[in-house]
Design a protein around this ligand. Sequence first.
Ligand code: ADP
Ligand code: CDP
Length: 239
Amino acid sequence: MGTVVEAANKGASGSILQKRNPTIVFVLGGPGSGKGTQCANIVEHYGYTHLSAGDLLRAEIKSGSENGTMIQNMIKEGKIVPSEVTIKLLQRAMEESGKDKFLIDGFPRNEENRAAFEKVTGMEPSFVLFFDCPEEEMERRLLNRNQGREDDNIETIRKRFRVFLESSVPVISYYDAKGKVRKIDAARPVEEVFASVKAIFEPKNEKVNHYVRIMSKLYMYKFHFAVKRKLISLCCHRC
Ligand SMILES: Nc1ncnc2c1ncn2[C@@H]1O[C@H](COP(=O)(O)OP(=O)(O)O)[C@@H](O)[C@H]1O
Ligand SMILES: Nc1ccn([C@@H]2O[C@H](COP(=O)(O)OP(=O)(O)O)[C@@H](O)[C@H]2O)c(=O)n1
């Protein structure tokens, strides 16, 4: 298996995609926040191609690939699969689709994912959709998801929540500092969440755009404060 840096140095695959100058939207949020559900709506209304990093990894396990067992173990433990594996799958799916508007769901999940993707593909997202949802609601949804997923059990769910707070939130903060995060309150019914998504994909005019960005920024301050409190309380619990 070649490293991410080797792939970046070869650069061939990145440049084929780069030439197509695709639009990329990263879709982030805790496990069960409704990323997949809303991505299906966005595909239907706005013609994006949906690539779920988790689905691609699960398909890789099923295909019997040499990485299958390693991926399966990581998912069972709620851990993040090494970037070179996930990025190869995403690149292949983008190239094979022949399309140029992508919703990349559940990626980048940590700083390694983010930095490696930018290095290997030479591309950045146009913006990041962030579905914010309280843990109690996400837990309820995951326990009811009923897709027979090995990681939708309470023990792994708690591990995934922790990985989200410790590893994925810093990625959201990184893009927030660049003004790229569009935060959505995902604790509401599906239709209401989608109404907020629509406002982002169908911006009315510059004034409304500006308002949406300011509101998103305010929400993000509140969100970061809540995450810091949660991480401190988790640390106190450990000590
Ligand atoms: N807004 C919502 N309200 C209630 N249930 C939802 C909502 N959005 C999604 N769900 C349900 O919650 C579960 C997790 O949603 P999913 O889209 O798979 O989340 P994610 O992709 O973020 O893990 C699914 O069973 C889905 O039907
Ligand atoms: N970029 C990614 C995305 C998912 N994954 C793995 O796949 C699992 C399921 O991710 P997912 O996006 O399908 O599901 P949710 O956890 O968002 O419900 C994660 O808990 C990770 O183990 C990963 O390693 N790297």
